[in-house]
Design a protein around this ligand. Structure first.
Ligand SMILES: Cc1cc2nc3c(=O)[nH]c(=O)nc-3n(C[C@H](O)[C@H](O)[C@H](O)COP(=O)(O)OP(=O)(O)OC[C@H]3O[C@@H](n4cnc5c(N)ncnc54)[C@H](O)[C@@H]3O)c2cc1C
Length: 430
């Protein structure tokens, strides 16, 4: 039988979303030969709110003005929490994923193999990965939550994924303008009372994007029912859009928030460093631990992955990713979230069900009924939560990292002494 001719590349990237296209782009820029394989034809529909926080442009090495797709810049975020709505000054952007992903993938300059589902992946006797007639020493998994490259190993998953659903649909621009909470492109966020998730309503001129995310994927449909009632009652969606807001129109999937343990599964590199596989974006589980923002960490990890391969140091990928300022910030936010949850779960550390401090679900059964009017402290707490969330949504970092780290270490020691829970503490929120 004649030998089948296959092309040898430097790197094959499985998945052409933001993680895969960023990795391919920076590899190509560094002179590598890259093929991206994706089961979808691009442009493709990607379920997403389309929100970008400020650091994305540096990560992409792209100026907002050079992005050819539709772009909504916002400077105010409207946050509703426990019956109070605040308009908070902060900055970010919205795009349509249908346009962004296609632009980024084609900008990468990589050889594209679209409409190709990657089933099982094999490695030949020469140590080359072999996919769809392509061969390469390095394989990058950028195929999202169920990435086939991730399935080759068993990436650590100490906690379950979050559930997120959305619907983006065309709408009459005049009706959207009349109904929306603020200016065009300004997000309206509804923080769920128990802070185990949030919902959004984003006017994009002649499109509306609505959705919900919850810590437990099983809770997302009920959360959307409540959010839908809230947005309709507030009159912030055009009344004739009601059929588009039906739960059956909402679609989504589950993906993993950042956990430091995930980095242990970031790479499996050959002893001689000349080949191996690496994971980027959702396939590794890198979304922001509170807001569930996924595009930014996908791009950052894709870029770091490209840099270590180009530098001939692929085995240093987990270490380099861990040292990236964004991942350092996520680790801090993760620790804060865990400390808050542990504090709530500690037997003597329970707080009463005041709005200022409810990072997990319902009040304990012995808690007194909340008074009708929130205390001054309660109002301050709600304001802090709404403002903090809006800032995080715009990509602002926690202030004074060394002091936060010190405070966290102290809190973790104190919590460790105070309680030794037999079951893991519940996660706080997204
Ligand atoms: C409803 C919803 C709303 C969201 N909203 C936001 C938001 O507003 N802002 C934000 O930052 N994040 C948001 N996220 C998260 C964000 O979409 C993801 O974190 C981000 O897309 C991850 O990028 P990625 O490149 O790792 O994976 P993806 O964007 O999922 O890309 C993976 C690619 O791999 C391809 N693929 C998968 N399997 C195979 C296979 N076997 N063979 C070939 N190709 C394959 C897919 O076709 C896809 O193109 C949202 C998520 C959901 C579910």
């Amino acid at each position: 039988m004649p030998a089948v001719k296959t092309e040898v590349m430097d790197v094959i990237v499985v998945g052409g979303g933001p993680a895969g296209s960023a990795c391919a782009h920076f590899l190509e820029r560094g002179g590598a030969r890259v093929a991206v394989v994706d089961r979808a034809e691009f442009p493709r529909v990607k379920l997403c709110g389309g929100w970008l926080s400020a650091p994305i442009w540096d990560a992409l090495a792209l100026a907002p003005g050079d992005y050819p797709g539709r772009l909504w810049e916002w400077n105010t975020c409207h946050v509703a929490y426990r019956g109070e709505t605040r308009s908070i000054a902060c900055r970010g952007w919205f795009i349509r994923r249908y346009e962004l992903d296609d632009f980024l993938l084609r900008r990468s300059g990589a050889e594209l193999h679209l409409g190709v589902q990657v089933p099982d992946i094999t490695r030949d006797d020469d140590g080359l990965w072999s996919i769809a007639g392509l061969r390469a020493r390095f394989l990058v998994g950028a195929g999202g939550t169920h990435c086939p490259v991730a399935r080759l190993g068993a990436p650590p998953r100490p906690q379950g994924p979050v559930g997120v659903q959305e619907h983006e649909f065309p709408a009459d621009p005049a009706a959207v303008a009349r109904a929306r909470a603020g200016g065009d492109g300004e997000p309206e966020l509804l923080l769920h009372d128990d802070l185990r998730g949030y919902s959004w309503n984003v006017p994009k001129t002649d499109w509306l994007n609505v959705g919900s995310g919850t810590v437990e994927p099983g809770e997302v449909r009920a959360a959307w029912q409540q959010a839908r009632a809230h947005f309709l009652a507030a009159g912030h969606v055009p009344s004739d859009a009601a059929p588009e807001l039906e739960p059956k129109a909402m679609k989504g999937y589950a993906y993993y928030l950042f956990d430091p343990a995930h980095l242990d599964g970031a790479a499996a590199i050959d002893g001689d460093g000349r080949g191996g596989r690496l994971l980027v974006g959702d396939s590794l589980g890198l979304a922001q631990p509170l807001t569930a923002e996924g595009i930014l960490p996908a791009v950052v990890s894709g870029r770091v992955c490209a840099e270590v391969i180009l530098a001939g140091e692929p085995a240093r990928y987990p270490e380099r990713l861990a040292a990236h300022p964004l991942i350092g910030e996520y680790r801090r936010v993760f620790r804060l979230r865990e400390a808050a949850a542990a504090w709530r779960a500690a037997p003597a550390g329970r707080v009463q069900a005041d709005a200022s401090s409810p990072p997990d679900a319902s009040p304990p059964p012995d808690a007194p009924a909340p008074s009708a009017a929130p205390s001054r402290l309660g109002r301050l707490g709600r304001r802090a939560i709404a403002t903090g969330f809006a800032w995080m949504f715009s990509g602002a970092r926690l202030p004074a990292p060394p002091i936060v780290d010190l405070a966290l270490s102290g809190a973790e020691r104190w919590l460790g002494r105070r309680s030794a829970p037999k079951t893991p503490a519940p996660r706080a929120a997204i």
